[in-house]
Design a protein around this ligand. Sequence first.
Ligand code: NAP
Length: 309
Amino acid sequence: MSETLYDVLIIGGGPAGLTAGLYTSRARLKTLLVERMILGGQVMTTTKVENYPGFPGGIDGPDLMVRFQEHCQEFGLETMTGEVTGLVDKGAEKVVTVDGREIRTRAVIITTGAEPSKLDIPGETEFVGRGVSYCATCDGAFFRNVPVAIIGGGDTAAEEALFLCRFASKVYLVHRRDELRATKVLQDRIFANDKIEPVWNSTVDQVVGDNTGVTSLVLHNRQDDSQQTLEVDGMFVAVGVTPKAHFLADILDLTPEGYILADSDCQTSMPGVFAAGDVRKKILKQIATAVGDGAIAAIVAEKYLDDFE
Ligand code: NAP
């Protein structure tokens, strides 16, 4: 058990976590932010962020997140790399297990975000890293002058399809309905791009490949129940996200989909434990709303600590 007692421990270093850390550090609360991988979260895999206010013309995701980090450093936010596996409520104190080590804190803000959902179809797991990817920004450049497919019809699928056009010879946008969910401005760009061919009303039944990697996808047409083979070298999956809150399943109230239930003050079912950003059940998942959540969670946590004294 650590000697140090933190005021606030933040789990997750994306936009919500960094914003919460900025606010609590600036409020002179002794804060530790624990991040499993690299600071910045999902935005680190976004090429251009066009809808975060203050950056006309857009800003690259990693550049934006470096600014968030630098801003936190100005106020002395302490960060560490580690994976949180446990959270125990001891009333005025909470004990958080990080890589097997127990850390004491008076309040916790959970900002673990979400990760790309899987299709759960035959061949998907087998070909991860050999043609199946969940991040076009990370892996798109490996698919130069070959056809690829992107699965999904939301903002992520649309943005990734446009990004993949830089490399691939052809980008099939495979969507289970006949209209996209993506925002209108992205749809306009998709339909104006000759390299992108939508494949409507279709889902993927199976990923097929050999020792060189993916060679084709077996598609299922949901209107006439037919099957079709789509020859591609890569499949990028962009069918939404799954919240990263499995380790809290027996500790906090979650929705059936695994999102943390918290009120508009970001207060969860455990007093002194707050949830902010994409891991919290809410209507809109954007950087702007994650930032708003992070600020609310920090201010409400500060008030909770004041009331406790
Ligand atoms: P999303 O909006 O939930 O879209 C997921 C897409 O995948 C939907 O089109 C859905 O089809 C399809 N889908 C879901 N499960 C499927 C399955 N098993 N098989 C085939 N297709 C499936 O997810 P997202 O695009 O990752 O976006 C997540 C959140 O981040 C959204 O709130 C989005 O607005 C936000 N985001 C914003 C930006 C931006 O503002 N620039 C960029 C990226 C993401 P249906 O349409 O039929 O449901």
